[in-house]
Design a protein around this ligand. Structure first.
Ligand code: XMP
Length: 327
């Protein structure tokens, strides 16, 4: 069996050598636990589930079945990267489900932020459970639980969802290969398992995805404007050496329009808001101050390249009072 709890004397994994030793030990534990049975994993493309996938592919190969649900609210290039890294490079047994229409239809006209979040979370479990029911002989469910999740759930700060909130009739034994690791350790382990640096060192991204950055009722055109502007922001941060230095940065396209002018004609389009923040614990957040040059460049690119945007605004509000996300 795997360790359930992080041993008090466990050395923090800070070097490739320590990561390699952890991986070797885990691979053996995983093989002992799983034998020749099959394991199911919801692979979001986030750091934790990606590292779990990479570890299990090494341990049990195609006995791991990964399901990647694209809810249509992912960032530009994300589903493609999951397929490229896991199916093409690591030869994972990967089921890709494009559920974009299903999610966007359910979300159509829904304006309340909490209702939007509930629909996205509930639908995700439903799609995943449907895929799981189509498979035979699965006995284990792998999860990217990490040590802070356990500590927070024990402290009553946040509920730790065992078995991903799957319906009662779906019972699996859990496999949690990074359960005793802190986030920084998960990243080093992921790197040693061969995952690309931009996957293991990526900024936090909320489960409801771009849905919370498209405030109010989500429409496909506004969602596309969020996705395109986010891609430009990420590209410019990478080019300017800010990737990996700034904690989190993204764009928001609110659902109001303002008057503008282009080629001598009146426009009536959305603004795009840029938010870039730093923090250690996300309880308190400070704003990253961008250079004038970068601000001008971002504005130019977004107003010329993103359809539907005629204005760029910068959110320089700390938390508190403003949360990181808009919904
Ligand atoms: P807030 O908006 O609460 O965000 O200040 C704090 C941090 O949490 C992220 N966040 C989420 N992460 N699922 C997640 O996995 C969620 O539903 C969620 N909502 C917010 C947010 O991006 C920020 O890093």
């Amino acid at each position: 069996m795997q360790n359930d709890r992080r041993p008090d004397n466990m050395v923090r994994i800070t070097t490739p050598e320590l990561a390699d030793a952890f991986i070797e030990e885990q691979l053996q534990l995983l093989r002992d636990q799983i034998g020749d049975k099959k394991v199911l994993l919801a692979l979001s493309g986030g750091v934790d589930s990606s590292v779990v996938a990479a570890m299990l592919i090494k341990a049990i190969g195609d006995k791991l079945v990964c399901v990647h649900v694209n809810h249509g609210l992912l960032r530009k290039g994300e589903p493609e990267q999951v397929i490229e890294v896991f199916r093409n490079q690591m030869k994972a047994n990967l089921i890709y489900v494009d559920a974009t229409d299903r999610f966007l239809d359910k979300l159509s006209g829904v304006t309340d932020p909490e209702t939007k979040r509930k629909i996205i979370g509930g639908e995700f479990i439903e799609v995943f459970a449907e895929e799981a029911r189509k498979l035979d002989g699965i006995e284990f469910l792998a999860q990217g639980t990490i040590w802070p999740d356990i500590l927070e759930s024990e402290a009553g700060i946040k509920a730790h969802h065992n078995a991903g909130g799957l319906p009662e009739d779906m019972k699996f034994e859990l496999v949690e290969p990074v359960r005793i690791l802190f986030k920084d350790e998960v990243r080093i382990v992921g790197e040693r398992l061969g995952l690309p640096a931009n996957m293991v060192y990526r900024q936090p991204f909320p489960g409801p995805g771009l849905g919370v950055r498209c405030p109010g009722a989500i429409t496909r055109d506004r969602l596309e404007a969020v996705r395109e502007s986010d891609a430009i922001l990420r590209e410019e941060f990478a080019k300017n050496g800010l990737e990996g230095k700034v904690w989190q940065y993204f764009t928001v396209v609110p659902d109001f329009k303002s008057t503008g002018v282009k080629d001598g004609k009146r426009t009536f389009d959305w603004p795009c808001i840029i938010r870039a923040i730093n923090t250690t614990d996300v309880m308190e957040v400070t704003v990253e101050h961008l250079s004038d040059e970068l601000i001008d460049h971002l504005v130019q690119r977004i107003i010329t390249e993103v359809p539907g945007i005629n204005r760029v605004l910068f959110d320089y509000t700390p938390k508190p009072p403003a949360t990181v996300e808009y919904e």
